[in-house]
Structures are given as C-alpha cells and as structure tokens.
Design a protein around this ligand. Structure first.
Ligand code: ADP
Ligand code: NA
Length: 332
C-alpha cells in the first residue's frame, strides 16, 4: 500500500570518488526519468560521527550538492536536501534508537571498521549511525534505496527496525524498504589494492579517483593502477582470483553502461598495457565534464544554498506528517 518512493544519501565528508559515482550518483541520474519521486540527501549529521572540521563540513556539503547536480540529478525533478535542515530525520532517529537493539548495532561491520581497536573512544553517534540512516529512509516511507554493496547490511537493519516498530505497536506504518544494488560496479575497489573498497574515509589512498580530478590526474591514476601480468580473459570466470583485473573491468562496464560479459567480448585477450589507456580515455570522457561543472557550480555557493533550502521545504511536506503520526502511534 506504499507509493514507490526513492531515498538515498551520501556523506559530505571528503571528496566524492568514482565509487560514489558508479555505485550511487550515476544510478540516481539514470533512474530520474522513471517518474518515481526521489529524495537525495547530503547526510551531514552522519558526517559528524567522526572527527571533523566545521569549515570543511560546510564546504563539503555544498560540493556534494554540486556533485549531485553535475552528475545529472536535476533539482527540478528530484528533491535535494541537507539532512540537518530537515529536523524530522533526527527526531525519528531518537524513536528508532529506542526500537533498535544494542546487539544489532554491535554487529555492523562499518561500526567495527570505523571504531577500530579503540571502540570505547568512538562516538555514541557512530554506534547509533544505522538507526539515523533508518530514520533518513523511513521518514519518507521510502520503498527503494539505491546504494552500493557496502550499505547492504545497514539496509537490512533498516528493514529490521521498520518490522520491529510495526510489530511492537501493532501497526503497518513503515514500509519494509528494498535495497537496489544494481549494475557492474556496485563495489569499486581501490586502484592500489583490489581487496579494499575505494572510500572517502581513507585519506591515505592517493590512487582514489576523485570527481574533482582533472583529465591528466584521472589518466595518470589509471596508468598507475595495480594489475597482474596476464592478458584479459574473454569469459567472466577468467576474472576469478584476479581482484585488480575484475575491478578495472567492472569500472569500464559501469562507466560505459555495459555488462562485464559485453566488455570482455570486446577486450578479452588484450594486455593491460592496451586496456588501461582505453579505460583512462573512457573515464576522462565521462568524468572530466562532471568536475568542470562542479567547479562552475561552486563559484556560486548562494545558488547551492537556495537549492538546498528549497529542497528542505519540499521534504518537510512529507516528513512532518509522518513524524506526527509516528509520535501518535508511540503515544506522544
Ligand atoms: P564513502 O563510503 O566513500 O564514505 P558514503 O558512505 O557516503 O561514501 O556512501 C555514499 C554512497 O556511495 C553509498 O550508496 C555507497 O554505497 C556508495 N559507495 C561508496 N563507496 C563505494 C564504492 N567503493 N563502490 C560503489 N559504491 C560505493
Ligand atoms: Na560507505
């Protein structure tokens, strides 16, 4: 009985990268004309779960908004918001903090990774992060959440929270949201280590392709990408146990809207010496216009702020009634 609605968020905590583009931004833009109402969020409340600098956060939030628009998300067609400007996210998150169980949170791999060896010193917000994420989604009664593979576990937790709320209060109020993890590049790996995810939160990874990189830098990073000495296979099975090769082929497929099978049919048998320049050219063709457009948008921060303020107004027409009803259900 829930109307289809899409929600997804990205943290304004450092540079947007190729993984964010292929796992999230590009897919948002591709889905935009399907006629489903979509809300895309800069999750600044999530960004402060880790140490951060106030002056960087403001800039990163605007730059992220520029990244959304430069990637093809049209603020006339989708709602673009900054999380802290729509207070119902944090208000619903408190209710969900009282629904979610400590044990559920403790099992989250992102919590384990980010809290590291000294979990006692991690912020309470980092621990509660997935309950806020559930609130981000469910405050819109969103039915579909396009994300990369790394967010799968958090999406499962979102479903658990919705189900427990519905069960505890004997209602059918929150939808059981579907993660949408699609395409050839749902998990882009680091170009220097095929076993690690390309991530904003790894500042030491100089191989990361950032959406703000210019054409020369993009090409150079692909030239230096780690590979193995073998030629590319013509069948997918030939990528088994070759994480770096698989990653580069996935990236090519994602950028070119092809399946991995299609790519291998074209490039199977090639050495990396030949494939890397092809990949670099493709990446430059797709990404350089985005960095140019981001820079242009960043020249007018007031316009970005206007877009986000407008989006917040649109969002609150959805979130205010859902929060009100939630409070009624809980007895408040
Ligand atoms: P990061 O993990 O870089 O800090 P976020 O957690 O803000 O980025 O994630 C924003 C979106 O980008 C999410 O949908 C996430 O699944 C996706 N994403 C992040 N890293 C990757 C990656 N390496 N490959 C594919 N998608 C990714
Ligand atoms: Na992530």
């Amino acid at each position: 009985q829930f109307t289809p609605r899409v929600f997804s968020g990205i943290q304004p905590s450092g540079d947007l990268h190729l993984g964010n583009y292929l796992g999230a931004l590009k897919r948002f833009a591709d889905a935009q004309d399907k006629g489903v109402q979509s809300i895309y969020c800069m999750v600044d409340l999530h960004a402060i779960t880790m140490p951060q600098k106030p002056e960087d956060l403001k800039r990163s939030t605007r730059e992220l908004c520029a990244g959304f628009i430069a990637s093809g998300i049209d603020p006339q067609k989708s709602i673009l918001i900054n999380q802290s400007q729509v207070p119902e996210h944090a208000q619903l998150a408190w209710v969900f903090n009282c629904v979610a169980r400590m044990g559920w949170m403790g099992r989250m791999t992102q919590w384990k990774d980010k809290s590291g060896k000294n979990a006692e010193a991690a912020s309470l917000g980092l621990f509660a992060y997935p309950a806020l994420m559930a609130a981000d989604i469910l405050i819109y009664h969103a039915t579909h959440v396009p994300v990369g593979e790394d967010q799968k576990q958090h999406l499962e937790l979102t479903r658990d929270i919705a189900a427990k709320f519905n069960h505890d209060y004997g209602v059918d109020f929150f939808p059981i949201t579907e993660p949408v993890i699609e395409g050839a590049a749902t998990r882009v790996m680091s170009l220097r280590d095929g076993s690690k995810k390309m991530s904003k939160s790894d500042p030491s990874d100089a191989s990361r392709i950032n959406l703000t990189d210019n054409a020369d830098i993009i090409a150079k990073k692909f030239r230096k990408a780690k590979t193995d000495p073998d030629a590319l296979p013509s069948e997918v099975e030939g990528l088994n146990n070759r994480p770096e090769a698989r990653n580069l082929v996935n990236i090519y497929a994602g950028l070119n809207d092809q399946s991995v099978e299609e790519v291998l049919r074209e490039v199977g048998g090639q050495q990396f010496g030949a494939f890397k320049p092809l990949l670099a050219d493709l990446a430059v063709a797709k990404l350089a216009p985005i960095s140019t457009e981001m820079a242009r948008l960043m020249d007018d921060p007031a316009e970005i702020d206007r877009i986000l303020a407008h989006g917040a107004g649109q969002a609150r027409e959805i979130t205010a009634p859902i929060l009100k009803k939630t409070y009624e259900i809980v007895g408040m």
